[in-house]
Write a protein that binds this ligand. Structure first.
Ligand code: AMP
Length: 402
C-alpha cells in the first residue's frame, strides 16, 4: 500500500510536526558518537524548510525513566548537530520540554523555513504508554503530521500512533527516509528476483524465528550463521561444545530444517567454525570442522564455509541480511561476516538488490567500509526485523494513502 509523502502536500507557512529518529549514541560527555540517524533525516527536513514550513521535530533518545528530565538523555546535542548540518540559512531552536507552556511558546515562535527541536519525548511516561492526553498535547502543536522515524515504526508509542490519531482532518504523511525503508524492505521482498538469499545470524534463534518462517516461503536459500547456527547444528545431533545453544529451540530448529527440505528450499549451516575457549583467547583460536569440541565455543563461521558462502551469494539477485555471522566486534571473528559481505557487494555490482537490516548487521558492514556498496542499509534494527517477519505497522497504516 503506497502512502503520501512530504512531497505530496504544501508546507508553506504550516506548522509541521515531524517524528524523527534522533536516537543517536552519545559518549560519557554527551558528545554524539555517530550522527548517521540525523543525517538520514536531512532530506525530509530540508524539503519542508525549502517549502517554507515551520518545522517542529520530535524524537526519543535512549531509555530514560519517564519521570521527568535526565540530562544524560537530552536531545540538545542532537539539535546542535542539526544546526551545524543545516548551516546558516536555517535557525534551529530547542525547547526544554515537548509539551506544556514552554513548548507551546517555542512552537508559536517558529518562523517559516526554521526549526524547533522538542526535548526527549520519553521524559514523559505518556510517550511509551501512548497516553491520550500526552498525544493530544503534541498533536495541538501542528497543522501537518510527518512520520520519518523508521527505527521506531514498530512501536505503538504516542508520537507514532496517538498523535496522528488525534490530528483528524489534517494531513498525515511519510517522510522520505520512511518511504525509502518501506520500499526496500517490503517491495524488494515481495517482488524479489531469484535467486533470493537470506542471511541470518546474530545471537538467538528465538529472535529470528518469525523472520525464518516468513522468509522460508519466499527465498531460495537461507544461510544461517552466528550463534544461532549452533542450535540448528544441535538439532542434527552435532556436538557444539560451549557455543551458545538455545536448548528450548532445538526441536523448533529441527522442524524448520524439515520444513525447508519438504518445500525444496535450502538452509545452509556452517561446515567449519572459528573456535576458541573464550573471546579473550586470541592465541588459542582454532578451526573446527562440523562439530565444536568440548570447552570450545564457535565464534564465527570457518574459512571454508566463508569461502563457499561468498561464492554462492555473489550469484544472488536479491539478498536480505539480518544478524552478523560471528562476533564481528572482536577480530578474528569478523572474518566470516566480512567475506560474505564482499560476496554480497559482488552480487550488488551485478545488479542484485541487497538489503542489510539495521542494528548490529549495519554496524558490521559499516566497520568493513562496505555499507555504501549495498543497495540499502536500514536505519532500523527491530523495525527491519519485523518487516522480514511480514508484520505491518499501525504507525504506517495511519498515514494517508497515495
Ligand atoms: P542480534 O542482535 O541477534 O543480531 O545479535 C548480534 C550479536 O550476535 C552480535 O553482537 C554478535 O557478537 C553476536 N554473535 C554472532 N555470532 C555469535 C557467536 N557465534 N557466538 C556468540 N555471539 C555471536
Amino acid at each position: 500500500m503506497s502512502k503520501q509523502s512530504v512531497k505530496d502536500i504544501s508546507h508553506k507557512d504550516q506548522k509541521v510536526l515531524m517524528r524523527v529518529d534522533f536516537n543517536v549514541p552519545l559518549d560519557a560527555k554527551g558528545q554524539i558518537i555517530d550522527d548517521r540517524r540525523i543525517r538520514m533525516a536531512l532530506p525530509s527536513i530540508q524539503h519542508v524548510l525549502k517549502e517554507g514550513g515551520r518545522l517542529i521535530l520530535m524524537s526519543h533518545l535512549g531509555r530514560p525513566s519517564g519521570n521527568g528530565p535526565e540530562s544524560a538523555y537530552s536531545l540538545r546535542p542532537a539539535a546542535e548537530r542539526l544546526d551545524d548540518l543545516l548551516g546558516k540559512d536555517h535557525d534551529v531552536q530547542f525547547s526544554t520540554d515537548c509539551i506544556g507552556p514552554v513548548a507551546e511558546e517555542a512552537v508559536n515562535a517558529v518562523e517559516p523555513g526554521h526549526v524547533l527541536v522538542l526535548e526527549n519525548l520519553r521524559f514523559h511516561s505518556g510517550e511509551k504508554s501512548n497516553d491520550p492526553a500526552f498525544a493530544a498535547a503534541l498533536a495541538d502543536h501542528a497543522d501537518i503530521y510527518v512520520n520519518d522515524a523508521f527505527g521506531t515504526a514498530h512501536r505503538n508509542h504516542a508520537s507514532m500512533v496517538g498523535v496522528p490519531e488525534k490530528m483528524t482532518g489534517k494531513p498525515h504523511v511519510a517522510g522520505l527516509l520512511l518511504m525509502k525503508e518501506l520500499e526496500f524492505l517490503s517491495s524488494a521482498i515481495t517482488e524479489a528476483k531469484s535467486p533470493f538469499f537470506a542471511v541470518l545470524g546474530g545471537a538467538k534463534v528465538s529472535d529470528k524465528l518469525g523472520a525464518i518462517q516468513y522468509l522460508l516461503d519466499r527465498v531460495d536459500v537461507i544461510l544461517v550463521g552466528g550463534a544461532m547456527a549452533y542450535t540448528f547444528l544441535a538439532s542434527q545431533g552435532h556436538v557444539t561444545g560451549n557455543s551458545l545453544v538455545e536448548k528450548d529451540m532445538i526441536e523448533t530448529a529441527g522442524e524448520l530444517l524439515g520444513r525447508a527440505k519438504d518445500s525444496g528450499k535450502t538452509i545452509l549451516l556452517p561446515e567449519d567454525h572459528q573456535c576458541a575457549k573464550s573471546l579473550e583467547d586470541a592465541e588459542g583460536v582454532r578451526i573446527c570442522e562440523i562439530g565444536v569440541p568440548p570447552d570450545y565455543m564457535g565464534l564465527d563461521i570457518g574459512p571454508e564455509t566463508a569461502k563457499a558462502w561468498k561464492s554462492e551469494i555473489s550469484k544472488a539477485k536479491t539478498v536480505v541480511w539480518n544478524g552478523p555471522l560471528g562476533v564481528f566486534e572482536t577480530p578474528p571473528f569478523d572474518q566470516g561476516s566480512r567475506e560474505v559481505a564482499e560476496g554480497v557487494v559482488t552480487a550488488t555490482r551485478h545488479h542484485a538488490v541487497s538489503i542489510v537490516g539495521g542494528g548490529e548487521t549495519a554496524a558490521a558492514v559499516e566497520s568493513f567500509g562496505l555499507a555504501g556498496r549495498f543497495s540499502h542499509v536500514s536505519t532500523g534494527g527491530g523495525a527491519s526485523l519485523k518487516m522480514l517477519e511480514g508484520v505491518s505497522f499501525r504507525s504506517v497504516e495511519l498515514l494517508d494513502d497515495a
